[in-house]
Design a protein around this ligand. Structure first.
Ligand SMILES: Nc1ncnc2c1ncn2[C@@H]1O[C@H](COP(=O)(O)OP(=O)(O)OP(=O)(O)O)[C@@H](O)[C@H]1O
Ligand SMILES: [Mg+2]
Length: 242
């Protein structure tokens, strides 16, 4: 069943067409990778889908609901939550309190929010840091905190914007396993990522944006070997990924 359907989505900033007639669908249960060069419009597409920016044109449907015109908290309430490319936790609040902010999307009870936050922290492996200040976390831990904040909203679709950026190979492998486990318990995932090995191994399908336009879409191995994708983004080094 189709979970997310985007049709002819467009957004212009002054003279720059950041997202240009994007049409894309995500099936329930799927991990869909969204890749493309810097400035291709990936994050802008996330802003549009999640209600942080209004599109100039186009349609966004989540299940049977149109998302156009909804505010971010309304989109989140429907079960679609995104993370931010630049994670900005409240540094003076504890890790648990930061995640509770996400949990309040689902409950008004502080006790229930704390319980949800605890479960999300456990899932991302940060429970031991729950009482510490968010400002004292390492980059890898901040990425996990960002994930926990999103998970605490009980999403059925999670939009992840470069949750592996800046991580070591070992930390990246751990996040890959975590995302795989989140997907395995039924959460669909739309994943922006520049770490190719990770995105190719996690994604059921990959979509490629270039100058705001979709230039390829398909199984990872097929997209990785498409001449126009290699030319626009991947370069020769990824030829032969299977
Ligand atoms: N609020 C804004 N005002 C003006 N221009 C913007 C704004 N947000 C993004 N842009 C521009 O729109 C284009 C697309 O940006 P976007 O952040 O969506 O790219 P991206 O694919 O996420 O890139 P990256 O891989 O570097 O994160 C870029 O040229 C960017 O400079
Ligand atoms: Mg981006």
């Amino acid at each position: 069943m189709r979970l997310l359907g985007i049709r002819a989505l467009s957004k212009r900033f002054g003279g720059l067409q950041a997202v240009d007639g994007l049409t894309l669908a995500l099936e329930e249960g799927e991990v869909l990778g969204l890749i493309g060069p810097n400035g291709a419009g990936k994050t802008t597409a996330f802003h549009l889908i999640s209600g942080f920016l209004a599109p100039d044109a186009g349609e966004i449907h989540f299940r049977d609901r149109s998302l156009v015109g909804l505010r971010p908290h309304q989109v989140c309430h429907l079960g679609l939550t995104r993370t931010f490319q630049i994670a900005r936790p409240f540094p003076h609040l504890s890790v648990l309190e930061n995640v509770k902010v996400g949990a309040f999307a689902r409950t008004a009870s502080s006790r229930e929010a704390a319980a949800k936050a605890g479960r999300a922290l456990e899932e991302v492996g940060l429970l031991a840091k729950a009482g510490g200040r968010a400002g004292e976390l390492t980059l890898a831990e901040r990425k996990r905190l960002e994930l926990a904040r999103a998970l605490a909203t009980d999403p059925s679709l999670l939009l992840l914007d470069e949750v592996m950026a800046g991580l070591s190979a070992v930390e990246t492998e751990r996040i890959v396993e975590l995302i795989r486990a989140i997907n395995a318990r039924g959460v669909s995932i739309l994943l922006i990522e520049h770490v190719m090995r990770a995105v190719m191994s996690l994604s059921h399908r990959v979509a490629v944006l270039n100058y705001g336009q979709l230039i390829a879409e398909g199984p990872p191995a097929q997209v990785a070997n498409a001449p126009n994708v290699i030319e626009a983004y991947l370069g020769e080094e990824y030829v032969g990924v299977s």
